[in-house]
Design a protein around this ligand. Structure first.
Ligand code: ZN
Length: 289
């Protein structure tokens, strides 16, 4: 079982796993599938030089971060000062693999741990200096945060709350799907958007659906959530039913939006996305009542 923990006194052991990411959300894997161990990263044949420090209390940029234990062993995030390379390692057993394709065959525990690692990787790459006084930050002693030794400010990982909703009509037999302007693939997905400052997530759902497709919804129900490191967000997943209005997709946000029969869905985002989980939930409910 995956235990999320923060232990600043932990020291990387040779058999522990080491997660190494780049800015394109790739993971460095051996033979296309295997997460390297700390011992492997120290071998002369390893293609990137890492600073897996055994010293405590160093700056965020040059020490490995303990991510947790997921049952098979401990996992570490390589020090962010070493990361960001996108070069190919020709003639090596190691290669960058898109995190999403790596995760399609993995356990939920491993998925959560790998998402946690990527989220913290992006945070440490972007937040290295104190936003109050400009001084360099170091990892905090007792929690997952960076601390400013100069002004004693504490800076936590940035997590943006966002919502995603599966809207249905006709007794759950039809689902609203849309093609976003900035979609990474040619798929149809659910309506989603970030919470505004001071806004409840329930209001975000109602507002985003009205803004993006022009309809009103009812019977809003919370379903599940998922940390989503690709946009540094926490996706809160809902289901809702159509209440009134005709679909009018906002051309600034969407290329297309339509009602689809749950028996005849277009290409939708694959697992492990929460969009896929919510769509699957709607389909299962339509089939089994
Ligand atoms: Zn400061």
């Amino acid at each position: 079982m995956f235990t999320l923990c923060f232990d600043p006194s932990a020291i990387p052991a040779p058999e522990d796993y080491c997660l190494i990411y780049n800015e394109k959300n790739d993971l460095l894997l051996g033979d296309g599938t295997r997460v390297p161990t700390i011992a492997e990263t120290r071998a002369s044949t390893f293609p990137v030089q890492l600073l897996i420090s055994e010293q405590r209390r160093r700056g965020a940029a040059d020490r490995a971060l303990f991510l947790g234990n997921f049952g098979m062993g401990n996992a570490w995030l390589a020090g962010s000062g070493d990361l960001g390379g996108e070069q190919d390692f020709h003639g090596s057993a190691y290669a960058w693999v898109p995190l999403r394709s790596h995760l399609s065959e993995q356990t939920p525990d491993w998925k959560e741990l790998a998402f946690r690692g990527l989220h913290l990787f992006h945070w440490l790459k972007r937040v290295a200096y104190c936003a109050s006084c400009g001084g360099p930050l170091v990892m905090a002693e007792r929690e997952m945060a960076q601390a400013c030794p100069t002004c004693h400010g504490v800076w936590y990982p940035l997590i943006s709350p966002a919502m995603i909703v599966a809207v249905t009509r006709n007794g759950g037999r039809e689902i609203l799907l849309a093609q976003g302007k900035n979609r990474s693939q040619d798929w149809y997905s659910l309506i989603a958007g970030f919470c505004e400052a001071g806004e409840s997530v329930e209001r975000t759902v109602v507002r985003e659906v009205r803004e993006e497709v022009g309809i009103a919804i009812k019977n809003l129900r919370y379903a599940s959530s998922q940390g989503w490191p690709f946009s540094q967000s926490m996706m809160l997943g809902f289901t809702a039913e159509w209440d009134s209005g005709e679909l009018r997709p906002d051309p600034n946000e969407l290329d297309n939006a339509a009602w689809f029969s749950v028996d005849d869905l277009p290409f939708v985002p694959p697992p492990p996305s929460i969009a896929n989980q919510l769509i699957s939930l709607v389909v299962a409910q339509a089939k089994h009542g």
